[in-house]
Design a protein around this ligand. Structure first.
Ligand code: NAD
Length: 488
């Protein structure tokens, strides 16, 4: 059993209460690590440590200095990417093939935002009054609370941490109760890179009270959250009461639109990748197949053939194509959605059950057809390997059905007609549209949604603006006394 401690203010310590809990490997069903079960008292210490760093050595570090530390961290994270990947797979059951790719990619986020850290300057603004010299300063927003889910813990942390560090902020990170270990491992690498104490603090715990304590702490200046719409709304409400700004990356019910001129082989492959990679446990899961009737049966045949051969098994093995769901709660949620969809009249085209051979947290790759556009299974995020098929008869109908959702995170579009590709991409209501591809993300490309998918954007050069405050400075160069009752 691995033992972990909290990383707070450059020290390693147990929870103030001394409480711990065990984190479970979803493939074996066995506990493999013991981590602190932190509470409000630990959050308080962590937020204070983050403030001390902000007001001290880190706050005095220039953009060049921050960039140098971030690049050093990138090298260290790259060195230990394999270890971090194994830790994440052990905690969440995601394929090692995929977590490996994700942890190997973390350095790219650090390097991209390090490249911005030394370029964050204000500007001089000519005033209509020649007696004024006016300029702006870009200052860190302050202490950031970063709260992340279990499906891609370190990747989603980097979408916040890299721009926040570039901006000069400090962080208190709360990973998911299901995947607490990779952030604690990461804190060791952070320390090795030589950041001042308190820049990164990690609190782990199994109770929702921990996240609430962090959100409600008066010392937090900005909340960056990735998770479910329900929790996102609760965070927005309590942050709103304190007027703390919130960045929200929430769920999705992304459409994969297939038009009759699509390359069906490529589309089938992209649809499989969109919904069955990572067992559908991604916010951008392409969970609604919006397909033109002219090609529906042909396409569905290819998808079903491939879905039936997906190899379920140990996520650490290189041949496995789908691992278990991450935890019992998620299994219950996914099976509940499937049962209700069948009861409401959906036809099971493939799968539809807990895997009869593997049992445990394994669900068969599932395809459901004959579903109405407003049915629960076509509207709610399942966060599991369940594809819902919606038939359409025209481009206009495809756009209308794809847009018939409260979410707007991603969309896939499969067509060979370049004009149609641009035309439909413009009409799809989604923060990202992938044309003849799916699931590509990069540090320099904005990502996010609106409505139930969240507020704001991560990644891309403007992501750093989320973590900056602009200060305007007015200097009177005339040096004379003004009329106190005249503005300006
Ligand atoms: P979740 O909302 O249950 O939990 C997310 C995080 O919030 C966890 O760390 C959890 O402990 C914490 N939390 C729970 N209650 C809280 C509260 N009241 N106050 C503060 N923090 C609280 O989500 P999950 O089940 O871990 O992850 C799945 C969800 O995340 C899905 O909806 C998925 O779409 C979404 N997601 C979104 C993106 C994106 O970038 N848009 C990426 C991945 C996952």
């Amino acid at each position: 059993m691995q033992e972990y401690e909290l990383a707070i203010g450059g020290t390693w310590r147990p929870a103030a209460s001394g409480a711990t809990y065990e984190t479970v490997n979803p493939f074996t069903g066995k506990a493999w690590a013991r981590v602190p079960d932190a509470g409000a008292a630990d959050v308080d210490v962590a937020v204070r440590a983050a403030r001390v760093a902000l007001d001290g050595e880190w706050g005095a570090t220039t953009g060049f200095g921050r960039a140098a530390l971030m690049r050093r961290l990138a090298d260290i994270v790259e060195r230990d990417a394999e270890k971090l990947a194994v830790v994440e797979t052990t905690d969440n059951g995601k394929l090692l093939r995929e977590t490996r790719q994700q942890t190997a990619g973390l350095a790219a986020w650090l390097r991209y935002f390090a490249g911005l850290a030394d370029k964050l300057h204000g500007e001089t603004i000519p005033s209509s009054n020649p007696d004024y010299f006016v300029y702006t300063r870009e200052e860190p927003a302050g202490v950031v609370a970063a709260i992340v889910p279990w499906n891609s813990p370190l990747s989603l942390l980097h979408w916040k941490l890299a721009p926040a560090l570039a901006a000069g902020c400090t962080l208190v990170v709360k990973p998911s109760e299901s995947t607490p270990t990779s952030a604690l491992e990461y804190a060791r690498l952070f320390e090795e890179a030589g950041f001042p104490p308190g820049v990164l603090n990690v609190v782990t715990g199994q109770s929702a009270e921990l996240g609430k304590a962090l959100v409600d702490h008066p010392g937090v200046d900005k909340i960056a959250f990735t998770g479910s719409p329900v929790v996102g709304a609760a965070i927005a409400a309590s942050a709103g009461a304190r007027l703390t700004p919130v960045l929200l990356e929430l769920g999705g019910k992304s459409a994969q639109v297939v038009l009759p001129d699509a390359d069906l082989e490529a589309a089938a492959n992209g649809i499989i990748a969109g919904i069955f990679a990572a067992g559908g446990q991604t916010c951008i899961a392409g969970s609604r197949l919006v397909v033109h009737r002219d090609v529906r049966d042909q396409l569905l045949g290819r998808i079903v053939d491939r879905a039936k051969t997906i190899r379920l098994g140990d996520p650490l093995l290189p041949d496995t194509e789908m691992g278990p769901l991450a935890n019992q709660r998620q299994l219950d949620i996914v099976l509940g959605f499937i049962e209700r969809a069948i009861a409401a009249g959906a036809t099971v085209v493939s799968g539809g059950r807990r895997d009869p051979d593997l049992g445990g947290l394994f669900v068969e790759p599932t395809i459901l057809a004959d579903v109405a556009g407003d049915a629960e299974i076509a509207q709610k995020e399942v966060f599991g390997p369940v594809l819902t098929v919606l038939d359409v008869g025209s481009e206009d109908e495809a756009v209308a059905v794809a847009n018939n959702t409260e979410f707007s995170l991603g969309a896939g579009l499969w067509t060979s007609d370049v004009g149609r590709a641009h035309r439909v991409a413009a009409r799809l209501r989604a923060g990202t549209v992938w044309v003849n591809s799916y699931r590509a993300v990069a540090p320099n490309v904005p990502f996010g949604g609106s409505g139930a998918s969240g507020w704001g954007r991560e990644n891309g050069r403007h992501a750093v603006d989320e973590f900056l405050h602009t200060k305007a400075v007015w200097i009177d160069t005339a040096g004379r006394t003004r009329d106190p009752f005249v503005l300006g």
